[in-house]
Structure formats: C-alpha cells, structure tokens
Ligand binder design. Sequence first.
Ligand code: FES
Length: 239
Amino acid sequence: RTITLEVTRYRPGQDSAPVLESFDVPLMDDWAVLDGLNYIKDQLDGTLSFRWSCRMGICGSCGMNVNGEPRLTCGTFFTEFGDGPIRIEPLKGFPIIRDLVVEVDDFLDKLRHVKPWLIREGEELPLTTEHAQTPAQLEAYKQYSMCINCMLCYSACPVYVLDPDFLGPAAIALAQRYELDSRDMGDRFDMLNLDEAVWGCTFVGECTKVCPKHVDPAEAIQRYKVTAAMRSILPWSRR
Ligand code: FES
C-alpha cells in the first residue's frame, strides 16, 4: 500500500512559481507526515528541502501546511487521511527559501521586540539572585511559556498573512508570559497598545486553535485590551 504526498517544490530565482510534485510513499499506520517526507528525501529525491529536528513536538521546526492547515508534521499521522492524497506546502505568510523551508527572520525579530527576558530594576543581567515563586505564581504565566516557536499561529492568522507589520500572536503571548511573571518588573504595554499589535487582532481565534501546545494567544491579546481599558479608567494600574 502507498499514499501520495503532493509536495511544494520551489527554488526562488530559478523557478517562476511554486508547483506541487507527487510522490508515492509507503502507507504505514505509525508514520507521521514527516516520516513520509524523510522517505522521499532518503529514497526518491534527495533535493527535497524541509526543516525538522526533534521528531517529537518539541523543537517547533517542522511546521508546514498539511491539507491546508498549519500543523507540526512530526505529530500529524497518515491515519488521519485515509488513502490520501496529502498536500504538504510551506507555512503560509512567510517567504519561501526553498521547497518547504520558509524565512523565519521576521518572526524572530517580532519575538525580540517584546523584550522576552526578566526585566529587573536595580539588577544587572545576567541575574545572579534567586527569586523564588509559589506554584500559584508559576501557574499565572505557565501556559504562555509552553510556546515552541513553531509559527503555526502566524500562518493561521488572517491579519498577519495580509499585514506583515502586525506583531502577531506568538510575540503578544510571549510578552504576556513576562508581564504575568511575578519576578518581572518591566512594562511592555506601550509596545502592545498599538494598531499593529493587539488592536490589529480581529479575534478570529485561529492562532489558539492551531497551537500544538495549547497556548492561548487570543486570550493574551484580550488581556491587553482589558489592561488598556483599565488604564484609561485608572491610569496608575499596571496590569
Ligand atoms: Fe521538532 Fe516536529 S521535528 S517539533
């Protein structure tokens, strides 16, 4: 038994447009889409380019569009798709470098923009003093710290796909991760309270739906909107 994988092939500068190329690979019940891609690379066409590393949903590098949905290919199994075919394309919203590999620079710049580190007044980095937390203090931000930077939420976001200046779900969730951390003394509100940040979100919630780690960026965005409302009433309130 085999299943057909329709895979995007594209070499910018050499090809005029991306095209789909079909490969038949063994239909194994315990294979993920990533196993199929590795079979193609090993047995059929060594020039196929795609990213992966951990093969266990941790590194976040194997995100692609699978039958039109942003998914981790190492966690998406053939058994979901019957006899196929399965269409595998690069994540939407990012420039293609080659085949299934997309540019990540803009995404990383956006993460850096929200200052994703503990800001402490009167302490130099790296921090050397221990700042203990209670389980409840950890719980306050824990879900936001589970992000693996797979970029699925950006690919699913209708705002980011149309407007690359939109700060986007993972960066806003990351900012919230630090804002809710009892050890953090920073204030990132001004960089979030903008049309190209939380106010650009149309709250369709696709970011939350596709997250493989159950992070809820849509909630992070709503929290900032509530903060904005609170600050308009009580300008001295911080969060
Ligand atoms: Fe690491 Fe899929 S290969 S998350």
